[in-house]
Every structure is written in structure tokens, then in C-alpha cells.
Write a protein that binds this ligand. Structure first.
Ligand code: PEP
Ligand code: MG
Length: 888
């Protein structure tokens, strides 16, 4: 008989942390904590296999499940010494979802399950606190009503608000036992009205109702969206945890809290978190009351730390913190409850953290000898470094602060103020920068948070939904800015006397929690300290080189600061658009004959030479791959008659003649048209000018600096051996005529491999190439037969429907494009073992694609400057993983 249910607790403990796939993260860690002797209230986990069987069998539970649940429940009853449904002293349980990884889109928690009109009286007697009993019952109906029965929680909240305002009270805690009893009866009316049925009174029905809701929530649209965003397979399923209740709301010697063993925002090694006296867990997360700090050191005037309020439980918690860190060797996110001064642990998991915190924790732990350098490297998700590389507010910039909330997720962001997730998405799609402002966020807002530059909430703490989700996504977030008033109906945000409307700009500083009017200038990040340390470790283990795609001196300088080891792609066409040269470019294109073209090229030449010289200087001895002109010429053509007339004048043509030239250059399929080396074949003087500019600049800079200059001249869009043989021959003729090309200029000539024919004939092409650079943008386009410029209108649907795992222009398609790259690499190396090979498509900055490049043994990846650190770390991780799997 399959085992569907696993017990946890001090007496019956059948799981451990290694069983996350079966027990879910929460269940596995509850068992692990119980196993190392931490105080965990007893309970049991229905496995993820139950969920899988439930969906496989048309939403039916597997045979044997009910019996196993009954047995597990009986064991919990005997450990706690109370019976489920016993009117004189009932066992109450919590029911929580728990997938392999935590998933905010799902049903979360139902507390106090087992209460009904009879057992509530038993609870009152047992606890000696009538008010507590009725408050617990109304909480249960409220949670069960909203998460299991699907009733809007506002209906319940309104009852409490009405009660408080009738009595002229402000705090929930001021309501009496009788008030809560009346609230309960109103709640029961709501349930009857909304569902047509009475609130379920049988604890077992309640239990199966909650279990069914957890399994049902696995397939709700929010959970499905979340899984898609985070690459979580639907086949995993969720587990359900049923656990004996402990109460943080039985009085002033009770509390509940959420904390991190280190600061999840900065990574500082301090105990960090929030708690509430006399409260139930959801009160902290829901942001209804303002939580208080854990340690006295962090308490501001007027705040009461847990250290002061509950010193005994606090001391015990500090001990638990040490045990958990020593055991898990990573920062933990924990939930606890103190019931009458006794501490209970309700959850531990690896804590979500900002990129800055991930770095600092990894480096601190490695330096303290808790983990190895290799583990530290593997602990930081490369893509998360993005957060650190983004700008902060310029300290010199003028600003008008209108509010301050909590610094929930760092970085600075400006954008138009928007109040709904839907509008964020719509505006972001048009390329606008938007800030989502909400009173609080819920899982329904996750897609909007993803599309926003930043998120602002007026309610909630550092562990509120907004804070946790934004940190996970790397979005800037200011949470709980309590002085701000948001009026959704009016579409306004009021703060410090300013009334802002939808669409007005604001700026958030997620590092300080400040909110500013309008757009505030930003500055580049600092790349020292922990960042430099981890990058140093990463560099010492990676095999792949990392270069940048850059044309401008600014980009090249940024790339160097970020640790680029050269330029892997300089798209020379980008240099043609500057106002001081576009005229010459247009004359070059529209010239009626080679002589006219040459005259225009002579004008362009000094510009190009200066451009290349600037890059060589910045790259100081590192390789610089200069790609000769690639795009179809019509991309540079004049817009409108005025520009056309100017070019016509320069070429002594009539407007009509110029217009005819423009028309002649039009193509029906330009991406497959007259571009790349085809230009080099039909108009060799263009490439000749560029090659001369590269080599003369190299000679000049080598002389000026005394350092070797390493230009790599790259021919684009080669499909045939003959194309490369011809263009290379022309380039060599130019080189032969350049003075001063000596040992100080180490130039080479190679090609992009970005067409399937080139890849399949790479052995022949290699005979004429000193290097290959895989242009996986064009290669993806041509292997799939998919236009790079038009795929946006339908590819997302493919990903949504699961026809493609990811956008192949973002992450390499291993089976098709990857396979063709691997074939080319193998064929190239067969004839020329020393052939240098890299990748310069967008994939060069994508961690999964970088792992692929490591696997097939390329020499380097090249990506945009901001992704250079991401690539350095991803390359290190790929090398480490390759080493680990070779050792296994
Ligand atoms: C490529 O095709 O992958 C490439 C790097 O070149 P471009 O994007 O300029 O076509
Ligand atoms: Mg290309």
C-alpha cells in the first residue's frame, strides 16, 4: 500500500529535509526541525503524490488516503492529549499548502480548524479565555470562508469595521467576547447568503474541505501563472500539512513572528524580523497591525522589541537561530509562535534575499569557513546580480521627498504612477516605465509587479506580500508607507500635501524606503567589496572567457569596469548613425558609381579610425572583434524629402534620381536580403575602408601606448566558404598596404557563424577563418525560419501553451539551434584545433545558454556590458557543475 501520509513531531517523525519532492518544502523542513530537537507542534503531511494522483484520477483521492489521515490524526490527538471535535477541549489544527518550492499563488493557510458552535465553548473553558475562543472562531470562519469557500474577505472585514465604528473603537483587540460572538453570527449569515449553505459544523468535513482547497489551488490561474514565471513544472504537485495549533493570541505572554537568521535586504549577520504580541501568524504577514522588531538594538523609539517583551522566548529563539544556521548552513526564514512563554517553530526554509544579501551572505559564510568558495559561487543566482548593477539615486540630485516607508527591496526606480496590475502591464508593454502603487498587494498583482519598475505599498511590513515578492523578483519596493493615502476610485495618491494623479511620475528608493516627486537622477553602482570578492572567486574557477558587445567608448568603459576581457562584437553599423557621419553614410549608399562611393568612404574613414582607436585604447591589449558592416543598406536611408534633398545635393543628383536610388534599394525580405558579407562582395570598397580604419587605428594605438593591439576582423552572415575566401582575400590586400603592421598589431580575420549552411560546412569555412563567433540571434531566426522582428506577436503564446519551454531568442534552443552550434564547433575544430570560438548573440548573457557554451567547449561568451558580471558568475557555475558531474 502506498504511503500517502507522513507524520512529523517529536514522537512520530517520518520525514526529513531531503524529502522535499514528496513532502513539499514546508513538510520536509518541519520534519527536519523536529528531527534536530526543535519544538515543532505535531502534525502530518499529505504527500505531493496525493496531489498528482488526485489530478490524474479526475479529482479523486487515492484509495487508502482517508484511513491514513485518520491514523495520523489519532497520533496527533494522542501526542497533544486532545481529541479533534471534542466539545470539552478540542484539538485544533492548521492546514497549509506546501509545494517543493514556495508558491505565493496558492492557497496558503487555514488556522483554528476544528472549531464549531460547540467546540468554541470547550476552547473557552480549556483556555479560560472566552474572548480568545470567540476571536479564534471568527478568524477560522473568515479564513475558511475566504480561502475554502471563496467568499470575498472584504465582506468579513466590513463586519468588523462596522462593529468597531458602532462602538467607536479603533483596534480589534478592544472588542470583547460578546462582540466577537456577535461577529461570528454575522459571519455565519454571510456564509449562508454567499454559499446557500450553513458553515460546516463537522470538523472532519472542515478538514477535507481545507485539504480539497489546497489541492484545488494547485491548478488555480494564479498558481499556474506563478509556475510559468518561475519554471515550476505542474507535475510536481503540492503537499498539504495538517498541524496541531499553538496560539500566539492567548494573551500578553503570547506572540507570533516571522524572521530571518540574517538581514534579507543587506545580508548583514544580525537576527532580523518582526513579531506581534498577542496575535496569530497571519496578522504579521497581512500587515493589519504594525509588527515590532525582534532585537532591542533595532527598536526605534516607541517600539517594543521581543527581546524586551518576551526575554525568555527571545533567548530561546536566538539559540534556535544558531542551531538552524549551523544545520542548514544557509540563511533561514522562520516562523514561530510563543504560547504562554513557550516557543514553537512552525516553519523554516532557505530565506529569499536580495542579490546584495545573497552576495554578502555567501561571502561572509565562506570567509567564516561555514561553506567553501565553490559553494559560495553556486549560491548566488547569476541573473540576480542584475539588481546590483542597477543605478541608485544620485546623492547630488535635487529631490522632493513626499513619504517614507520600509526599504523592502533595494535600487532606485522612477516611473508613471499606476494603481492596478492590469494598467501596469498595458503601459509596460508600450515601453513605459511604471510604478505600481497599492494599499497592499496580493497574488493577483504578481504579473503587474513583474512588469513594473517598482512597487509602492501603504500597508504591510518587511515580510508583507509586496516586500517578499518584489525582493524575489528584484523589483524596487517601498512597503508600508503609512502616510500615503491611495484612493483607487479617484485615481489619486496623496502624500505630504501633494495630490498625484495616475500617470504622474514618482521615484522610489528601495534602499532607504523613500518616495520622491517626479524623476530623480541616478548614479551607477559600486562594484567593490563583496561583489569584487565573489567575482574574484568566480574568475578563478571559470574556463570560459567573457567579453562584451560594445561600440561606444562609454559602453566599452562600462564593460571593462564590469570585468569584460575584450570586445566580442563591435557592430560597426551603430557607429554610422551619429549626426556627424550619417550624411557620408547616405552618400556612400546612394552614390551612382564606385567613384562616388569611394569619395563618401574617404569622408567616413577618419571617423571610423577614431572610433576604433578609442576602443583599442580602452581595451588596452585585450581583443576587440570588429564586425564589418552587416545590415541592409536601406536601414540608413534618409527619412523624408528634406534629408533626401541634402544627400542628393551632396552627390550632385536630382531629387528624382536620388528617389529612384532609394527605391532600387528596397527589398521585400531584407533580413534575408542584401546584407552581411553580400555587401562585401558587391561593394568591396566598404569593407576595404573599414579594414583599413581598423588596422591604421591599431598601428596608431600600438605606437602611442607601446602595447599590443589585438583587432579581430569579423565577416558577418557568411553562408559559403567562397564568400569568406573572397572577403578575406580583399581584407588581406588592404592589410598588405597598411604601413607599420608589425608585431605590435596582432590581427586576425574570422567569421560569424549565423546561418545553417555556414554551420553545416564549418569545416570548409574554418580553412579561411582564424575564429568563429556564433551569431545565435540570426542562427535562431534561420534555424527556426522565424523572423526576429516579428516573432514577438506569437512566440509568447507558444511559451504560454508550453509548445516551447522558453523564448529561443532569450535562451538557446538546445535541441535545434544548440545542436547546429555543436556541429559547427566540432567540424571547425576537426580541421583547425586552434580555432578560437565564441558566441555573441543575446544568448551570451543568458546563464542557461552559457552553461551550454561550457558544455560544448567554446572559448568565450560575449554579451551586453551590464550582463558581463552575470556571465562571469554563470560561467563559473557552469565550470563547477561540469567538474562536479565529471567527479560523480
Ligand atoms: C547574431 O546574429 O547573433 C548577432 C550577434 O548579430 P546581430 O544581432 O547584429 O545580427
Ligand atoms: Mg547577426
Amino acid at each position: 500500500m502506498t504511503k500517502w501520509v507522513y507524520g512529523f513531531g517529536s514522537q512520530v517523525n517520518e520525514g526529513h529535509a531531503g524529502m522535499k519532492a514528496l513532502l513539499g518544502g514546508k513538510g520536509a523542513n518541519l520534519a527536519e526541525m523536529a528531527g534536530i530537537g526543535l519544538p515543532v507542534p505535531p502534525g502530518f503531511t499529505l504527500t505531493t503524490d496525493v496531489c498528482v494522483a488526485y489530478y490524474r484520477d479526475g479529482r479523486r483521492y487515492p484509495d487508502g488516503l482517508r484511513t491514513q489521515v485518520e491514523e495520523a490524526l489519532a497520533q496527533v490527538e494522542s501526542q497533544v492529549g486532545a481529541r479533534f471535535g471534542d466539545p470539552s477541549g478540542p484539538l485544533l489544527v492548521s492546514v497549509r499548502s506546501g509545494a517543493q518550492v514556495s508558491m505565493p499563488g496558492m492557497m496558503d493557510t487555514v488556522l483554528n480548524l476544528g472549531l464549531n458552535d460547540e467546540t468554541v465553548r470547550g476552547l473557552a473553558v480549556q483556555s479560560g479565555d472566552e474572548r480568545f475562543a470567540w476571536d479564534s472562531y471568527r478568524r477560522f470562519i473568515q479564513m475558511y470562508g475566504s480561502v475554502v469557500l471563496g467568499i470575498s474577505h472584504h465582506l468579513f472585514e466590513d463586519v468588523i469595521e462596522a462593529r468597531k465604528s458602532a462602538l467607536d473603537l479603533t483596534e480589534d483587540t478592544e472588542l470583547s467576547a460578546e462582540d466577537w460572538q456577535e461577529v461570528v453570527s454575522f459571519y455565519q449569515d454571510i456564509v449562508r447568503q454567499e454559499t446557500g449553505q450553513a458553515f460546516p459544523q463537522t470538523p472532519r468535513d472542515q478538514l477535507w474541505g481545507a485539504i480539497g482547497a489546497v489541492f484545488g489551488s494547485w491548478m488555480n490561474p494564479r498558481a499556474i501563472t506563478y509556475r510559468r514565471l518561475h519554471d515550476i513544472p505542474a507535475e510536481w504537485g503540492t503537499a498539504v500539512n495538517v498541524q496541531a495549533m499553538v496560539f500566539g493570541n492567548m494573551g500578553e505572554d503570547c506572540a507570533t513572528g516571522v524572521c530571518f537568521t540574517r538581514d534579507p535586504s543587506t545580508g548583514e549577520n544580525v537576527f532580523y524580523g518582526e513579531y506581534l504580541v498577542n496575535a496569530q501568524g497571519e496578522d504579521v504577514v497581512a500587515g493589519i497591525r504594525t509588527p515590532q522588531p525582534m532585537s532591542e538594538a533595532r527598536a526605534k523609539p516607541g517600539e517594543i522589541s521581543m527581546e524586551k517583551a518576551l526575554p525568555g522566548a527571545y533567548a530561546e529563539l536566538l539559540h534556535v537561530r544558531e542551531m538552524l544556521e549551523a544545520h542548514y548552513r544557509d540563511m533561514q526564514d522562520i516562523e514561530f509562535t510563543v504560547q504562554r512563554n513557550t516557543l514553537y517553530m512552525l516553519q523554516t526554509r532557505t530565506g529569499k534575499r536580495t542579490a546584495a544579501a545573497a552576495l554578502r551572505i555567501a561571502v561572509d559564510m565562506a570567509e567564516a569557513g561555514q561553506i567553501s568558495h565553490e559553494e559560495a559561487i553556486l549560491r548566488v543566482p547569476p541573473a540576480s546580480l542584475d539588481q546590483l548593477l542597477h543605478p541608485a539615486l544620485d546623492p547630488q540630485a535635487e529631490r522632493v521627498r513626499i513619504a517614507r516607508g520600509l526599504p523592502a527591496s533595494p535600487g532606485a526606480a522612477s516611473g508613471a504612477l499606476v494603481f492596478t496590475a492590469e494598467e501596469v502591464e498595458a503601459r509596460a508593454l508600450k515601453g513605459e516605465d511604471v510604478i505600481l502603487a497599492r494599499v497592499e498587494t496580493s497574488p493577483e498583482d504578481v504579473h503587474g509587479m513583474h512588469a513594473a519598475r517598482g512597487v509602492l505599498t501603504t500597508r504591510g511590513g518587511m515580510t508583507s506580500h509586496a516586500a517578499v515578492v518584489a525582493r524575489g523578483m528584484g523589483r524596487v519596493c517601498v512597503a508600508g508607507a503609512g502616510d500615503i493615502r491611495i484612493d483607487y476610485k479617484a485615481g489619486t495618491l496623496t502624500a505630504d500635501g501633494h495630490v498625484l494623479r495616475r500617470g504622474d511620475w514618482i521615484t522610489l528608493d528601495g534602499g532607504t524606503g523613500e518616495v520622491f516627486l517626479g524623476r530623480v537622477a541616478t548614479v551607477e553602482p559600486r562594484l567593490s567589496g563583496d561583489f569584487a570578492t565573489l567575482m574574484g572567486w568566480a574568475d578563478s574557477v571559470r574556463r570560459l572567457g567573457v567579453r562584451a558587445n560594445a561600440e561606444t567608448p562609454d559602453d566599452a568603459a562600462t564593460a571593462r569596469r564590469f570585468g569584460a576581457e575584450g570586445i566580442g562584437l563591435c557592430r560597426t553599423e551603430h557607429m554610422f548613425f551619429a549626426p556627424d557621419r550619417i550624411g557620408a553614410v547616405r552618400r556612400m549608399i546612394l552614390a551612382p558609381d564606385a567613384a562616388g562611393r569611394r569619395a563618401a568612404l574617404d569622408d567616413l574613414m577618419p571617423f571610423q579610425r577614431a572610433d576604433f582607436a578609442a576602443l583599442f585604447r580602452i581595451m588596452a591589449g585585450l581583443p576587440v572583434t570588429v564586425r564589418l558592416l552587416d545590415p541592409p543598406l536601406h536601414e540608413f536611408l534618409p527619412h523624408g524629402d528634406a534629408e533626401l534633398a541634402e544627400v542628393a545635393r551632396g552627390l550632385s543628383l536630382s531629387l528624382e534620381e536620388a528617389r529612384a536610388r532609394v527605391a532600387a534599394l528596397s527589398e521585400s525580405n531584407p533580413m534575408l536580403g542584401h546584407r552581411g558579407c553580400r555587401l562585401g562582395v558587391t561593394a568591396p570598397e566598404i569593407y576595404a575602408m573599414q579594414v583599413r580604419a581598423v588596422l591604421e587605428a591599431a598601428v596608431a594605438v600600438a605606437r602611442e601606448t607601446g602595447e599590443i593591439v589585438r583587432p579581430e576582423i569579423m565577416i558577418p552572415l557568411v553562408g559559403m566558404e567562397t564568400e569568406l575566401a573572397y572577403t578575406r582575400g580583399e581584407a588581406e590586400k588592404v592589410a598588405a598596404s597598411v604601413d607599420g603592421l608589425d608585431g605590435h598589431v596582432d590581427y586576425s580575420i574570422g567569421t560569424m557563424i549565423e546561418l545553417p549552411r555556414a554551420a553545416l560546412t564549418a569545416d570548409r569555412i574554418a580553412a579561411h577563418a582564424d575564429f568563429f563567433s556564433f551569431g545565435t540571434n540570426d542562427l535562431t531566426q534561420t534555424v527556426f525560419g522565424l523572423s526576429r522582428d516579428d516573432a514577438g506577436s506569437f512566440l509568447p503564446t507558444y511559451v504560454e501553451k508550453g509548445l516551447l519551454p522558453k523564448d529561443p531568442f532569450v535562451s538557446i534552443d538546445f535541441e535545434g539551434v544548440g545542436e547546429i552550434v555543436a556541429i559547427a564547433a566540432r567540424k571547425g575544430r576537426q580541421v583547425k584545433p586552434t580555432l578560437k570560438m565564441g558566441i555573441c548573440g543575446e544568448h551570451g548573457g543568458d546563464p542557461a545558454s552559457i552553461a551550454f557554451c561550457e558544455k560544448i567547449g567554446l572559448d568565450y561568451v560575449s554579451c551586453s556590458p551590464y550582463r558581463v558580471p552575470v556571465a562571469r558568475l554563470a560561467a563559473a557555475q557552469a565550470a563547477l557543475k561540469a567538474r562536479l558531474s565529471a567527479e560523480a
